[in-house]
Ligand binder design. Structure first.
Ligand code: ATR
Length: 287
């Protein structure tokens, strides 16, 4: 039996609370193994009150790279030595690279979303979008769409003021952002459905089966493309399937954000197909 760790193994991981559900340890360690990189990727469950110590621990333990997940993505920013442009706009960091004790924060969620989207919509720039939610995940999605050149994005949120904050924060990203983003409340979604090609849910609504719907999903049309960044077939996606729409759950975004993090850490191209097979549990040709 070959044991794949030794004294020279480099350590990567994910910090979250909770973290037990994370799929990243398996597909990131799988990626290292497939490229014969002597590294391992582990889950670290860190309570909010211990986040600062945990970030110091990255330096103290010479951990090479870390992903950050819920609920730490926003909070972690203040403990970093430098952050990328994405982190500044999105206000959240999901990837840290430890460069000899200097921690640089990145956000690969926007990239992950756009790469996933392109699997079902190769040219998103000339489509119009409805994005539901105005939290950290929504900011990543909006950042990605605006960078892709999308010209019309209706953003719906329970708290409409949060959308105006995003518009203000994104003004230097694109000076026409107040014409691109149209803020609405959740109860206005149905009247806007006729104006959009793609519907994206970035809220946590749908995670639990008993969650009430964000709008009347029967109003979705067959020609809508529907994306839910939750990692399962939510009620929204079930309705999209029923209507015959193109649709996607959150796994492609998870895959591509992870692939980008891998590339930031290693400087090597991520073994996407292998990572995909681990994530989608299709090992048939490897084992
Ligand atoms: P994340 O980082 O995952 O985006 P977040 O920043 O806490 O998490 O944002 C959660 C988003 O889901 C917000 O848009 C939130 O709406 P509010 O801004 O009004 O709080 C939305 N959300 C969460 N629970 C919701 C619910 N029960 N109904 C409608 N929207 C909800």
């Amino acid at each position: 039996m070959e044991i794949p760790v030794n004294g020279e193994t480099e350590v990567y991981g994910i910090i979250g609370y909770p973290v037990r559900h994370s799929k990243s340890p398996q597909f990131q360690t799988g990626a290292f193994l497939s490229l014969k990189i002597n590294a391992i990727y582990l889950p670290f469950e860190v309570k909010p009150e211990n986040l600062e110590d945990a970030v110091k621990g990255i330096k103290a333990l010479s951990i090479k790279g870390i992903n950050i997940t819920v609920p730490h993505k926003e909070e972690v920013v203040k403990y970093l030595d430098e952050v990328s442009e994405e982190v500044r706009y999105i206000g959240a960091c999901n990837t840290i690279k430890n460069i000899d004790g200097y921690l640089k924060g990145y956000n690969t969620d926007a990239y992950g979303f756009i790469e996933g989207l392109k699997e079902i919509l190769p040219d998103p720039y000339n489509k119009s979008f409805l994005v539901i939610g105005a939290g950290g995940a929504s900011r990543a999605v909006l950042y990605g769409l605006i960078k892709e050149g999308v010209q019309k994005i209706v953003v719906a949120n329970r708290t409409v003021e949060k959308i105006y904050e995003i518009i203000k924060d994104f003004k230097t990203l694109n000076r026409f952002v107040d014409q691109i983003i149209q803020p609405i409340s959740l109860d206005q979604i149905e009247e806007k459905l006729g104006e959009v090609d793609v519907i994206v849910n970035t809220t946590s609504v749908g995670l639990k089966d008993e969650d009430p719907p964000l709008f009347n999903y029967s109003k979705i049309r067959k020609d809508h493309i529907v994306i839910d960044i939750i990692y399962k077939k939510t009620k929204l996606l079930q309705k999209a399937e029923e209507k015959g729409c193109l649709y996607q759950d959150g796994l492609p975004m998870l895959l591509y954000q992870g692939a980008k993090a891998f590339e930031i850490w290693t400087g090597q191209k991520a073994p996407i197909d292998f990572m995909k097979r681990i994530l989608f549990k299709d090992f048939s040709s490897d084992f």
